[in-house]
Design a protein around this ligand. Sequence first.
Ligand code: GAL
Length: 460
Amino acid sequence: MSDETMKHREVRFPRAVKRGAVLLGLVVLALAVALSTTGCGSKKKSSSTTTAAAGKCQLQVFSWWTGGGEAAGLAKLITDWNTDPSLGGGSPGCPFKNETVAGGAGSNAKAVLAQRLVAKKPPDSFQGHAGKELLDYIKAGQIEPINFIYKSAGFEKVMAPQLVKQITYKGNLYSVPVNIHRANVLWFNPSVLKKAGITIAAGSPLTWNQFIADLNAVKAKDPGVTPLSLGEAWTQKHLLETVMIGVLGADGWNSLFAKGADWNSAKVTEALNRFKTLLTYTNSDASSLTWQDAGKLVVDGKAAFNVMGDWQEGYFGGKVKAGNLGMKSGVDYSWTAAADTNGIFDWLSDSFTLPKGAPHRDAAVKWLTFLGSLKAQDTFNPVKGSIPARQDANPALYDTYLQWSLKQWKADQLACSLTHGCAASNAWNADVDTALGQFMQSKDVAAFQKALVAAAAKNA
Ligand code: GAL
């Protein structure tokens, strides 16, 4: 959680101070209204208390990118924004205000964002996954259509068409995608595998049976090594999703999110049983580990495998001075598609929005225009560990893993990620989270499947 959020939560003011603050707030608000014709950002929005308190334009961008390649990628965008006057940021323009809330996959951020949106205190732009997650904000009337940005910047012609479909609702576009991530990646430590007599070539297909045999071989070789590292709750759902896709295939998986889909099927049961089996190879402290912690176990040689999205690539391979591990791909770590998912790209995309009532709307429009530019996408993605949403990016700027991903994105069948907002709404995800949390305690497959059936019936 950001320092700022912590402060908001923890500080308690005495009543007299509160009264004083209210008075001061009114004065500041009046001043802000008076200044609104000269200030930066949207004239009609600049009476917001945030603008008034800051006394100057600050582009408030909300995300959960606080660690590893996430933070490093965002830092690159911030530097460009703050130093290139042609973009509209910087000083005396509208410098960046980083409103991140820590917690992978937005596990804390989404709740904080929801509170801000309900309280009508939106940031200038926030991160939202392409697909059903975005639809939540659209249906709640919390974000503006931005067709005008697409038109003026020519984005519709350059963005991947599958993606444009996921951010369009009733003919309107609602966000600018910055990237495409692959969720179904199996990361591994080649030296640990070698000791257990296993070799897996980067990007080569791995069947479920082979994977189980490999996990057993690691276990037999050294009981001190965790065969499959796992982290906190959302990473468990992430693992479950890749296992389900392995059993159901891309079409079978995608169709689970349509009305009336059969979550009671034998295939779903088989997938849940496989997931249960995998849990027997994982670390017992999973719930207290972040995705970075679980990944680091692999590069440290304390675990053999980890299933995680390719933000892990940014963390493993990125520069140490940027908060990453500086490891060598193919030597210190390697990757392939999660078991039985070769040829399937379990995808998600981070996109940024224009909230209704954005305090500095004009600056936010410029920010979104910048995000969709070739420069921003080719600067951000090689560091973040993702491929660009634009189709005209320069592959030479991307590392070995990302070049593989670029090719797979074009060749593979696409499966829409559940954990990362593509396939289902936040509400549906929350019901799956509850069911999964109970399953992690009970390990009762039948009860888990029943709860998933109920979640689908309620939310589809
Ligand atoms: C995903 C997000 C990625 C990455 C990951 C871990 O939901 O789309 O950009 O940040 O969470 O935090």
